[in-house]
Structures are given as C-alpha cells and as structure tokens.
Write a protein that binds this ligand. Structure first.
Ligand code: GTP
Ligand code: MG
Length: 176
C-alpha cells in the first residue's frame, strides 16, 4: 500500500484484515514511518509503506523515507504489485501524478485504489475518478486497473482480494 500521507493506507489494511488497530491509523499525516509487514495466513505479506508528501518531518528524514520506499518498490524481488491509493475527494494532485509517472518509468505494476468514497456522493466520486484517469493518459497508454474503496463502509474488499489472489496465482504458476 502506497500513497500520500493520510490517504488511508493503514485503514485499508485494517479493513482488509478485519482487524481494527492492526496497522496504526491517525488523523495526523505521517503516522506510518516504517515499512510494516503484515503476514497473512503464514503465506504472504501485506505491506504498509510510509506515505509520501508529508511536509512536517525534517528534509533529511523525508529523503530517507522516500529512498527506503523507492528502493523497496524497485528492488524487492518478491513484491507482486502495488496498490497506489488516491483520495477520491480530490481533483488530481501533482504529487500523485508525479509518483505514478515514476512507477511507470520504473516499469512497476500497480492498481489504483480511490479511497474514502463514503465521504462524497457517488456522482462526485465518479467525476473525480474520470478526471484522474484522463490525466493518467498522459503518463501511460495502458488504462490502469482501479478499485473504489471505503475502509469505513468495507467497500472494495472483495475486489482487492480478487486482485491479490490473481497476482499470487500468477507467481505460483511462474514457479512451477
Ligand atoms: P500515513 O500513515 O500518515 O501515511 O497515513 P495513512 O495513509 O496510513 O492513513 P490512515 O489509514 O492513518 O488514515 C488517515 C485518516 O483518514 C484517519 O483519520 C482515518 O480514519 C481516515 N480514513 C481512512 N480511510 C477512510 C475511509 O475510507 N473513510 C473515511 N471516512 N475515513 C477514512
Ligand atoms: Mg499509515
């Protein structure tokens, strides 16, 4: 799980695992500062990455976050894919688009997750998603896979597990 600070990465992990308090959630951005691994059924890991774009830590610390995160995303051999979380309430944010550009440049597979859909009416969510996808056309020719989610309402859970299971099955097939 990767995305801007406060977008809802840790909340999503708690929603997926149905374990409130497993990943630490906070209203204050910058809560997750380490790369946290949550082992599921002793078989695979959900990874909670520190958010990007959190201005309140010192510059040096901020750089080391992004270095740790970018090394992880680029070099972790058994990383099957990333969910890039985008706040569904907002118009496209430069920081998110820059991050996605970096993902594409590095050939990293991702699925977009539009978070906090419970906070807006569905028409407004749909409009924001379409605007975002239009901007994505300038970054990649491929139409990205995307999911709508609300950690509060449990929306997106089965779709996200479907995508995770498909990625895991691909890996098993490749290793046979
Ligand atoms: P960092 O660890 O700081 O990068 O943040 P994060 O991306 O892990 O966000 P976190 O899960 O801590 O959530 C940030 C805030 O958004 C908290 O106050 C959550 O309760 C709230 N939040 C997260 N997801 C949802 C959602 O789907 N709906 C609503 N209404 N609030 C949400
Ligand atoms: Mg967090």
């Amino acid at each position: 799980m990767i995305g801007r600070s406060n977008v809802g990465k840790s909340s999503l992990i708690n929603m997926l695992t149905r374990s409130d308090g497993l990943a630490k959630v906070s209203q204050v951005p910058g809560k997750t500062r380490l790369i946290n691994f949550f082992t599921i059924n002793k078989a695979w890991n959900l990874v909670d990455l520190p958010g990007y774009g959190y201005a309140k830590v010192g510059r040096k610390q901020r750089e080391s976050f992004s270095a740790a995160v970018s090394d992880y995303l680029r070099e972790r051999e058994n990383l099957r894919g990333s969910f890039v979380l985008i706040d569904s309430r907002l118009s496209p944010q430069k920081l998110d688009l820059e991050f996605l550009q970096w993902m594409v440049e590095n050939g990293l597979a991702f699925v977009l997750v539009f978070t906090k859909t419970d906070k807006l009416c569905s028409d407004a969510v749909e409009r924001n998603i379409q605007t975002f996808l239009t901007q994505m056309c300038q970054i990649t020719e491929e139409q990205p896979t995307y999911v709508l989610s609300s950690s509060k309402a449990g929306q997106g859970r089965s779709e996200i597990f479907g995508l995770i299971n498909a990625a895991r099955a691909e890996k098993l097939e490749a290793s046979i």
